[in-house]
Design a protein. Structure first.
Ligand code: ZN
Length: 174
């Protein structure tokens, strides 16, 4: 049973981050409460996006705000994305991989079609940071983290920090 009150920031290597998230069948009050909680987490941790698995929930939902403000935060349920435009490598971080930053190649534009909190299917096109956030958050729903997109050299550079995160996770869960 989904309990949004129990959701919290989830970091690598929590298994939920490596799984493909499940579709949301009905947009009900528990989903609306989950979305509100996810926006709170995104604002608290100063992100521009947050996906369900990052809140510990294996559901296909993400929130994003182009400027990291609550006013501009939006909720995307069961999203489909269509990246477009040229590929650009831009430095990215991830709230689930604190302390790791690396240039990730992504399309500069992206169209997202998703269900909103009223249950309506909407389409939105973005470019720049928001287009990148859509692609990054969609990756989370597929169980993919930025480290899974790293080049060999980026993997080597991040190895130590990844090991620290694994040790932190073990000490928290033991
Ligand atoms: Zn992320």
């Amino acid at each position: 049973m989904l309990d949004p009150e129990k959701c919290g920031m989830t970091r690598f290597p929590a298994p939920v981050l490596a799984e493909r998230a499940k579709p949301i069948e009905t947009v009900d009050d528990s989903i609306r409460r989950l979305a509100a909680k996810m926006i709170d987490l995104m604002i608290e941790f100063k992100g521009v996006g947050l996906a369900g698995p990052q809140a510990g929930v294996d559901l296909r939902i993400f929130v994003a705000s182009p400027d990291g403000t609550r006013e501009n935060a939006k909720v995307y349920i069961n999203p489909e994305i269509e990246p477009a435009g040229p590929i650009e490598a831009v430095e990215e971080g991830c709230l689930s991989l604190p302390g790791i930053f690396a240039k990730i190649r992504r399309n500069t534009q992206c169209t997202v079609t998703a269900t909103d909190l009223d249950g309506n299917r909407c389409t939105e096109s973005a470019e720049g940071l928001l287009a990148r956030a859509f692609q990054h958050e969609f990756d989370h729903l597929e169980g993919k983290l930025i480290k899974d997109r790293f080049s060999r050299i980026q993997q080597i550079a991040a190895r130590r920090r990844l090991r620290e995160l694994m040790e932190d996770y073990e000490s928290l869960s033991s």
